[in-house]
Every structure is written in C-alpha cells, then in structure tokens.
Design a protein around this ligand. Sequence first.
Ligand code: 5AD
Ligand code: SF4
Length: 451
Amino acid sequence: MENGQKTVHIKTFGCQMNVYDSDRMLAILGQQGFRSEPDLKSADVILINTCSIRDKAEHKVLSLLGELKPLKEKYPGKVLGIAGCVGQRMGRTLLQRVPHLDLVFGPDSVDRVGILVDAVMKEGRRTVEAKFDADGRSYSQPSIIHRAKPSELLTIIKGCDHFCTYCIVPFVRGREKSRPIAEIIQDVKGFVAAGTREITFLGQNINTYGKGTPEKLSELIIAADQVEGLERIRYLTSHPRDLGPDLIAQFGTVPKLCPALHLPFQSGSDAVLKRMSRLYTRDEYLAKVDRLRERCPDLALSTDVIVGFPGETDADFEQTLQVLRAVQFSGAYLFKYSPRPGTRAFDYGDEIPERVKEERLVKAQDVVLPLIDRANLGMVGKTTKCLIEKLDKKQRYYTGRNPYNTIVHVLNAGEACLGKIVDVEITEANGSNLKGYYVGAPKTDRQYQTG
Ligand code: 5AD
Ligand code: SF4
C-alpha cells in the first residue's frame, strides 16, 4: 500500500471472456480508488479469475491457492478471492475447503466486485456469491473504457443453452443472455474514439446472439461495419449448427469482417458427435466449410477437437484425423477429454485410458501441426496487413496480427506503428507465428530491452 492507496492484482485463467471480465473488475476497482499492482504477492487484494473447462484448469487454481497460503498467513490483512467459473461451480465448498480464502464469487457477480471486496475489507466477513442474474433474455453491461488497446475484446452474449454433454459452461455461466445492439455499438464507438481499431465480439455460443429478442448477430456485424474508424471485426465462438446462411454470406462481403473464423468440430465421428449432443454430423460440418470457402476462398478456419471422449473407438478417432487432414485449418486446439462433474457425459464414465488419450492427442498433433506450418511457410515472401498491437511477451519485438488472425512479429517496427495497420513483408515462418519487416522502413531489427 503506497500513500494509503489500496492495490489489486487479478490473475486470469481461461478464455477471452475471463480476460474481458478481469479487465472490467480492474476498471470497477479502479473507480473505487484501487491501483493495479503487477506483482501478485505485493497486492492488498489478490483475485484469481478462474476456469473450470477441464480438470487441469481447476487443479492449477487449487495449487496456486495452496502456494498462497504462507503469504496470507504472514499478511492476514490481504484479501484473497476466487472469481469466475470455479467460484461458481464450487461456491461455499471452496470457502470451506480453503480456510485462508476470503471471497468466492461467480461470473455473474463481476459487476459487484467492488461491493464484495469492500464487505471483506471493512467487515472482515468471508463471503460467497454464486448466483445467476435474474431470468430474461437480455442484459445490460456498458463497457467501462478505462484504456483502449488497438484490439479489444467485447462480450455481447453470455451463457450457453446447448448443453453439449461434456461441457461445464452452461452450469457455470447460465442461460444465454444478449446485450442490445445499440449498447454494443455505443461501446464500439467509445473504444474507437479511445484508439481501438479491431473489436472481437465474444460469446460462448455467439451465433445465437439475440435469441429471444428481435436482434441478430448479422445485424450487429452490419452496424459495427458502419462505425467510422473501426477497421476490423471478428467474433467467437461459433457453433457449426448455429452458423446460419446470413452469417456465412457476410464473409468476403462485409468489408471490415476479417476472413477468419473459429469453428470447433470436436469430433469427426457421427457416433461420437451424437453422444456429445453436438446436433450436427460430420458431413454437415464439412458442407458448411465448403459454403464458407465458396464465399470467401481465403477464409482462415481454426477449430477445437476433443480426443478420448467416452466410447471413442480407434475408427472414430480415425474420422477425426480425416477431418483434420481434409480441412486446411490455420489453427487447431486439441484437448484430451476431461470428465466434469454435473455434466451428462460424466455419468458415461471415463473409460478411455489416459495413455490412449495421450497417444491420440500426439497423433492428432502430428497430423495437423505440419499442415499449419506448411500453410504458414507459404506466406513467406508475401505481404500481409498487420495491426500492430503490442510488444511480444519477451518484449523483443512489436507484434500484430494479420486479417487471418496469425501472429506476426514485425522486426523493424517501433512505437510509432502501435495501433496502426501496416504492410508487412513476411520473411520467416516459425511454427504458428510469422516474422517480417514492415514495408516503407529500413529492414533493421529493433530489439527492445526487457524491463
Ligand atoms: N474436456 C475436454 N475439452 C473440453 N472442452 C470443453 N469441455 C471439455 C472437456 N470436458 C473443449 C472444447 C471446447 C473448448 C473451449 O474446450 O473443445 O470447444
Ligand atoms: Fe459448451 Fe460450447 Fe457446447 Fe455451449 S456450445 S455447451 S459452451 S461446448
């Protein structure tokens, strides 16, 4: 604590929605006078925004909580809180299991973070809040624009109505609720006025944005396309069943909509898809991919795959490999099935041995990674437009992304490029990343010192 000003550190696990929620919590606490503290251990309030999509994600949280025990014992005045999906799933149990924890709350309580932290600090009361918003199909949550990065995330729909049999999301994020288009466009304009050039709309099941209201995702995209100063629009995550013709038709025709789409197929076997309750077949998925590529031949498609779902045979798995070979994906996130308590598949058991899951994961990686590498190598010598976003993690180069969502290290870019879209000539492909020089400046590498 400096000059009496309280500090907060929020550590974020999981998806982009958690990133958005953490940013919002920082803004809310900022309005209450908190300063953001980059060092977790020095902060007065430590919040961990958690993910429960797989068992491993939950374990990471529990082990971090264990590591923080001595710190909390030494400084009992610090506030230690769990936010997000683990908070929602475990609620009071978590508070009972972890005596040095002060606060537990779920994703729908993000806006109450100030009140909750205050209650703990002032009254010393250990607090749990893991309830969902009241029913209804819409909700309001205007963004607090306390800083604007070149590329910003913006949640427009929360929750999910699908109940895929393996998935915890509907249990921890509740039913689908959408924000009104007018409110979202106000946010977009606010971000753009503050310097943002690219917006990624977020939702667990974004295609059904506006369900139960008169509004639709394709209408939001048209409205965002008309915002002056905005240059790029993206959205995620799509569900293959809900990606309708109106949305498909927008790729390649709506000028600001980037030619990139995340479209998880999960499994190439119809039998497995059925047990997952995915509501489409492998042929229906492939037909959508064909229609997308007819519309927009250079569309970059990325995907998610689960291997080792209960009952997955070698033949089922082979069908997944076939899809990975047939569709040239630009990115693929491959996961071993993880049973989640409370989901339907949890009761199917977890009969695929860990060793087989691991083997299948490696096989799938061996199929898809070389295809992605090869596509990236094909970019060498070409010029691509990049939005320069930030220094890379090791703080050596400025990095950005091209319209296809590939990360590009721009070796000769300086701070003046930040927030601008520049032409970059690709000189090297390195796994999933590209390297190059922006056109119009000398090809001298700039190395930035780590702080
Ligand atoms: N086990 C493994 N992977 C999962 N996913 C969701 N639930 C599970 C689970 N129980 C994956 C899906 C989803 C991505 C976000 O996480 O592939 O698309
Ligand atoms: Fe989970 Fe996505 Fe299925 Fe919803 S659509 S239940 S978020 S995998």
